[in-house]
Write a protein that binds this ligand. Sequence first.
Ligand code: LLP
Length: 416
Amino acid sequence: MDHFQRQDGELYAEGVALRAIADEVGTPAYVYSRATIERHFRVFDDAWEGQDHLVCYAVKASSNLAILSLLAKLGAGFDIVSIGELERVLRAGGDPAKVVFSGVGKRRDEIRRALEVGILCLNVESRAELEMISEVATSMGKRAPISMRINPDVDAGTHPYISTGLQTNKFGIPWREAREAYRLATALPSIDVMGLDCHIGSQIADAAPVVEALDRLLSLVDALQEEGISIHHLDVGGGLGITYEDETPPTPASYAAALRERLKGRSLRVVLEPGRVIMGNAGVMLTRVELVKHNGDKRFIVVDAAMNDLIRPTLYSAYHRIVPVGVPAEAQDVVDIVGPICESGDFLAQDRELPRLAADDLLAVRSAGAYGFTMASNYNSRPRPPEVLVDGEAVHVIRERESLEDLWRDEKIPWD
Ligand code: LLP
């Protein structure tokens, strides 16, 4: 459930007309709903009530300080993948003791900073990384809390670019080699084994592969216990899908129920790393129609947002619902919604049946709250759009639109 609803035909974010926001900040612009973010977090968190757990929001989905602050206030921990994300979390008031650090290529300076601020756990993806962490921790006179990220070799059944749990992916340690890796962890200096981790992919539409991965993890927990290696927490990653078009992913409650069924009778803490399910449907991208263009039989709606603002359609063939902000016309056309960038891949939708559109019409690209702004770039020297948070009747600009000067602020002409 989200708080983007129509009132008298006009699309609103909570109590504010999206048209009013477009008038205020211009287009393209990202708009998030605070009530939706809070609702999504609570529903996800409540599904684990009665089980020792920690929801570590995956910062990469949407990393604006205001969003992180909001989630920190709700008690969220954070799943980070870089020092940039760590510093954002700290800057937003997040608790470092609730931070897990994922990623296949952490640098020494990143590991050092994570140990300095005292994060909950480093999710380790290789023996080489384990050795590096041990070295860094020893040089600091500290102990490093770690989980090994296990690659369970199950197919999440999602887009190949966002599927991570297969042996052919670069992620994690093959599950058959996991015991060896834990033996190494206990033998190395300055390492504290905390948990076991996996993340098999994103936009997962069915709990079954996650349950399968969990079963593999649990059999490992038992095997390790026999060797005297205790696992305190189990990190099952993120990945729960959302409805973009007509997908019917499990609800957070049924997803939790499927996993909890397997955890009965065990005293393990569960860590979860959701990103998309919290933010995806809590944000829209507003864009305005520049002009309508016909090439033979094809009808192109040229808008002022482009692949640099929202890359998901072209990168993953992702579907985003696109709706007029105003009252939709009766007549329908089959159109491509395209941006002004000089690439045929610059589209937001292809062969889409939409209410008839005209220049100046305002559109909302739905489900753009996750991996929208965070994947935006300056390609074609386009300033990145502003981010706006609606809270009831209040409109907060939580990131200004970049200026033209921002584009070249850090550049230098050597002979000037
Ligand atoms: N944990 C780890 C270790 C991850 O790699 C990811 C996402 C998550 C958690 C959060 O997954 P989520 O709950 O959001 O599915 N840019 C792509 C998605 C890439 C996901 C990368 N990892 C997209 O726009 O669909």
